[in-house]
Design a protein around this ligand. Sequence first.
Ligand code: AMP
Ligand code: ZN
Length: 499
Amino acid sequence: MIKVYNTQTRSKQELVPLEPGRIRMYVCGPTVYNYIHIGNARTFVSFDMIRRYLMWRGLDVTFVQNVTDVDDKIIKKANEEHCSASDVAATYTKAFIDDMHAMGVLDPDVRPRATTEIPAMIDLVQRLIDTDHAYVSEGDVYFSVRSFAEYGKLSHRNIDDMESGHRDLRADGVAGMDERKHDSLDFAVWKAAKPEEPSWDSPWGAGRPGWHIECSAMSKKYLGLPFDIHGGGADLVFPHHENEIAQSEAAYGTTFTNYWLHSGMLRINSEKMSKSLGNFLLLRDVLATTSPDVLRMLMMQTHYRSPLDFSQDRLDEAAAALGRITSLIERINWLDAHASSAVAVLDSADIQARCKALRSSFVEAMDDDFNTAAALGAIFGFVSEINTLLSDVEPSQNDHASLIAVRDLIVELMGVFGIDAGASSDDNAYPVEVVACAAEVAGYEGDNPQAAVDALLACRADARAHKDFALSDRVRDELGKLGFKIEDTAQGAHVTFEG
Ligand code: AMP
Ligand code: ZN
């Protein structure tokens, strides 16, 4: 039974899909006025992990994520850069999608953009006006917060306490009551056009949608109401998600979504990473020197709802932790390719039992509100058990099936975190530099790193057979410079990565 923590009920609840076997989920996307930072990435990776786990558990997941491509921040950036708001949005939408691909985040099933969904938003605003939940004022349209009795139910705020803390500013940017609103709590669902700003025709004159209305319109259009899961970063609970509920439930008279899931903030020096504080690291800059698998590993080591403190030290620890997993996979791959003796030395029934135990610990941890840290703990325990077994014996070809089962299980479970443990080991095993090294030392003529290493080992074996120790030492030294060590074993020489 999968349990999820629902922000609205403040408790873990069994996840019961509205339609058996199917989950419909919506996760708020970015406002595209800059490259995303690793805090934004943490939220998107968290929901990617949740989606992958639900799929792995056999659920058919429909995932919708919007792109906010019209907004004050985009217009401001366009003015600063002397280009159009649509140019800014196009540039950073593409950059966002490229960044998500670089991070291995699965594409949503639908990625609606605000600017191409204006008719759905106009329909929703009209419905709110028709049902007296919104009113027109000088070309703007405002949602009347007090018309929705349950306002505050997600963020657990009392409507009468909100008055002073409300963040809305007057149109001229000065804090205080905007005279166009009937009540200071009311928020814009449609904004009258200003000169030089993008706008669309509407029954209330030219204008553009408010931010919150976008998600209400798009989730209804692509998922229908109610849908199962709504997600986003914890900083969106108020006012964004509170306003989404108010708009959707007021307009359609039905529950908006069944479970509200929120990911914790990524912090740097105990402070939330944000564009406004200026303490951000762009995802693309971090990925220039770190593999996406290592960054994901760092993220998965902390529960998705907890704050995550980012530091270079923690990134290095994550790399070392991932290395423990990929080293075992490399070791198995090597044994698989080289082991020769005919007698099986591993107890295959015992290995099968260990695999089964890992699978059930993994499910138990992940069913408990996606506890990736505990699930990883189970994987690490298993990896060290297998390493211990392997250090006591010299496995043979007849252990093939047990070892491949171990490798495939690890790769499968790490895949739920979006980490390709199999590919990481291949990448780490032999850098392309070995090709040049083999060309120079062993006369190798191809371009395959694995074949290059094999050529170097063959050259070394040949040199030793001819007592040309200068050459055999040179092979060892050149591989050493690339971080590799040659080990001579009963099955022949092989190369391990020393770092
Ligand atoms: P924005 O483009 O600012 O709307 O942010 C896109 C997503 O990133 C939202 O779901 C935010 O909640 C999330 N987000 C922003 N800052 C952080 C952070 N420091 N840690 C985690 N998520 C964040
Ligand atoms: Zn939203």
